[in-house]
Design a protein. Sequence first.
Length: 556
Amino acid sequence: MNSEKPWLKQYPAGVPQDIDLAHYGSLVEMFEESFKSYPNRIAIESMGHSWTYRQLDQLSKNFAAYLQTLDLEPGARIALMFPNVTEYLVAMVGSLRAGCVVVNINPLYTSRELEHQLKDSGASVLVMLETFAHIYQDIALQVSLKQVVVSSLGELLSFKGLLINLVARHFKKIVPSWNFDHITFRAALKIGESHAFVTPQMRIDAIAFLQYTGGTTGISKGAVLLHRNILANVIQIETWLEPGLQKVSVDQLVFLCALPLTHIFALTACAVLGMRKGGRLILVANPRDIDGFIKLLMRHPDIHVFPGVNTLFHALIHRPEFAKVKLPNLLVTIGGGMAVLKKTADLWHKLTGVPIAQGYGLSETSPVVCVNTPLIEKFTGYIGLPVPGTDVVILDDDGVELPFGQAGEICIKGPQVMAGYWNQPAETRNAMTSDGYFKSGDIGIMNSDGYVQIVDRKKDMVVVAGFKVFPSEIEEVLSHLPGVKECAVIGAPHRKLGEIVKAYIVKSDRHLTEAKVTQYCKEQMTSYKRPRKIIFVDDLPKSNVGKILRRALRDL
């Protein structure tokens, strides 16, 4: 398909059409190259403390050696349930170095969701922060694990760590009581330190991650991501960003890690890419604490790369204090995870001087498929061009490729596409076309230059009396109405029309009324697109990355 590949003509100078993976035999080789090349550089900053690449090398090797003492089978699954703290990176890199498979677990999961993922993945070990231990305790008797490793917030710190733990447990009371057999993270590292680490044989086609889909469209499934998939996507992102990074001379890139590293966007674009570049990763454990987040930004004017989602950008720019934040070294702001609204993007550009380069990806594609070049001068509304080595086609419901400018399902082929869904061969077959393209479930349009625009999720589309309505379009229009802070649109059943549009709105102005919204929509949209039901709410359900969950609204 798509023999034209018009996007290749739009590539910035210096960006190759394809990538070469011949240099690496595994992700571990990439990490170890950075440990060797940048031993004295600061790798991580977290909670006022820093760790060098040499320290991360040693700590992760100790954790890998500890896992080897558990007599696990090759490719054993290690489940990690952490916010953005140093222990996550130590355990993630250590698990891969031991030849294990990392199962990232959303730290916002309920006991039921945690139980499903542990059982579905067949995890042997769970490594978690004590803040979430009570969640595991509820289902501890229902799952079979060889070991549970529990870390405290101050585990890897010295005296300051004791103080952090004291505040967390007894003053902020963010650690509910729990009690089950476990080993502490520090004890595991000590055991590993006393055992000789044996480097296992690594294969580029071995599984690196089971990355579970967010479950926004049904039961969460494990995308099988090979070392090859993640390596490919990191190199694709790196080559794509290079023209923008060459604009200035930087001794060490600084990556802001505000999105959860257990989410595929931050895992690849922050953690793995950051380490590949020998960068400094600034970890934000709780980005929902906007006041604390803004204070952190004020302390770090040296940030170069700022990946985020629309809800995070929106929350920051609507705080008066954010106007005091200066980011003179900011080279690129990457928007992903969900659609970036133009209103948000324009204000972000005005306040920071840097446009949001919107991108697009999925758990199943490691994740990046398309992204705008960091050389853009303003927000484009497009999700950009397919990255090197990637082929994108727009197909209709019968699998026929559509002409430029027509909306259809975005389908992807490239080295970053998953090997399949874990233990779900039928789901894997259903997700692929007969000629090997992954069916994203997203509706998009490609123009004649190869730029792709997202229309909406296929399953979120509302059909009103036979007319297709895309919720993201309605949300974009509603976001420009004064008094609307946030909004989400879904379909609701209707006896005559099949479905009608239903809008949930969070107010920023208490004087906003249903009548005002209705009148505004009447002026802005044709009749079948207008919300027939308008519900004002205090907040909207969101995933751990800040993505608004329309499914949760439908479940109401």
